[in-house]
Design a protein around this ligand. Structure first.
Ligand SMILES: Nc1ncnc2c1ncn2[C@@H]1O[C@H](COP(=O)(O)OP(=O)(O)OP(=O)(O)O)[C@@H](O)[C@H]1O
Length: 306
């Protein structure tokens, strides 16, 4: 039985400009013990899908189950098996950290779980903040409590919606170490993130969403193998010739150009030379998940317009 099963899930939001289809027939199964990544550009429908999974929003069509429990018909059983770390920081400011975690345990009918709460506090670097009031914590500390809060009832499935947005390097490392440990112990993890190097490092399998549809679904290693492209990377201050500008991924001075083969790399270099550009720090590397992601998204866009 899959840990999570999305079956032909569609979602239509009524808006002032008429109905808007945020999800269009999304079907995918996440197996028990998997570390699964859900990727997509802003507005692709990731949060909508997670809200339906968590029972916060209803699918317009289709069905979602959590370890066999329908998220609507069998809401309590499904919800109990999920630990959802939401994107937004929402807390009751009147409680301290430990009280917040005890309160959350109470919502799930869990008692006498102080040993687990201590482990959560310790693993998330919150041990010295146990009696601090929620409103005294920094944003990053609050995010740690949010993670702890989602895990108080030891859910078999952990759902993380962009947990590292705006989070410092230390917390990212603490968080990923802890989540990876829980995954090794058998917890299923569903992660959405815009940090593709995190997804590449952590996820066994990845689904890419665009405009509410699944446009790629495969193991991370297959996705990386699916593209035989290389990337020509260099630095320059000069504006690129138009023919290359459309292909390039530019970050400040760093330019990355995908190329199918050596001939195309030569072609790119010749185009630069012709434009009078002398690229600095030239290197050629294999495509990473970000390159694959961009390729999949561009192919999906072309598919839609044709
Ligand atoms: N309540 C709503 N009413 C109308 N449209 C909505 C509503 N909630 C979401 N949408 C729209 O549905 C689409 C998907 O939104 P969603 O938040 O699921 O995207 P996302 O993939 O999580 O994006 P991001 O990466 O920005 O978090 C967007 O176009 C959004 O504007």
């Amino acid at each position: 039985m899959p840990a999570v099963s999305f079956q032909s899930v569609s979602k239509i939001f009524p808006t002032s400009r008429g109905p808007f289809q945020a999800l269009q027939g999304v079907s995918l199964d996440i197996q028990e013990g998997e570390f699964f990544g859900l990727l997509g550009p802003n507005g692709a429908g990731k949060t909508t899908l997670i809200s339906i999974l968590a029972g916060l929003s209803r699918a317009s069509q289709g069905r979602v189950t959590v370890l066999g429990h329908d998220v609507q018909a069998d809401f309590a059983a499904a919800r109990h098996r999920l630990g959802v770390v939401p994107q937004e920081l929402v807390f009751d400011p009147f409680f301290n950290v430990r009280e917040t975690l005890r309160l959350q345990s109470g919502y799930f009918g869990v008692k006498n779980n102080d040993a687990w709460i201590d482990e959560l506090l310790e693993s998330l670097g919150l041990a010295d903040k146990a009696t601090a009031n929620m409103r005294q914590l920094s944003g990053g500390m609050k995010r740690r409590v949010l993670v702890a809060q989602a895990l108080v009832h030891k859910p078999p499935i952990i759902v993380l919606d962009e947990p590292t947005a705006g989070v410092d390097v230390e917390l990212r490392q603490t968080l990923w170490q802890f989540v990876a440990r829980l995954n090794k112990r058998g917890h299923t993890v569903l992660l959405t993130t815009h940090y593709l190097e995190e997804a590449e490092a952590l996820c066994h399998r990845i689904a890419m969403l665009k405009n509410g549809r699944v446009v790629a679904l495969d193991s991370t290693s297959q996705l990386l193998k699916s593209t035989n492209i290389s990337v020509l990377q260099f630095k320059t201050d000069a504006p690129l010739p138009a023919a290359l500008a459309g292909l390039a991924r530019v970050t400040g001075r760093i330019v990355q150009l995908p190329a199918q083969d050596a001939a195309e790399i030569e072609h790119h270099l010749a185009a630069l030379r012709q434009a009078g550009i002398a690229p600095e720090d030239v290197e050629i590397r294999r495509a990473d998940l970000e390159d694959v992601f961009l390729q999949v998204m561009n192919a999906a866009a072309e598919g839609q317009t044709s």
